[in-house]
Design a protein around this ligand. Sequence first.
Ligand SMILES: [Zn+2]
Length: 113
Amino acid sequence: MARAALLCRCPRCGEGRVFAGLLSVRAACPTCGLDLSAEDAGDGPAVFLIFILGALAVGIAAWLEIEFESPVWVHLVILTPLIVGGAIGLLRPMKAGMIALQYWNNLLQPPQN
Ligand SMILES: [Zn+2]
């Protein structure tokens, strides 16, 4: 799963790209044809990122404050790129990971009638 998530590749073949744009998921894997239209990552990737980056930012802010009594501009210079860059850079792999989890838990099949 980690490889498919980090490289944003298809969870079945590991070759086809999952995304057509920044965050838009392809209808199917271009290599193996895995139907990705039923994926529903929803807000999951964003929520996990909020928890991870929020905890990291608060930890670093507390450490800067306790250890160095840093002025506010130091917090802004260090934490703003971390939060913005982390959110933009990690959202795709996080969403690809959620899609891979759905595949491995058999949630990508269309509903049976
Ligand atoms: Zn594939």
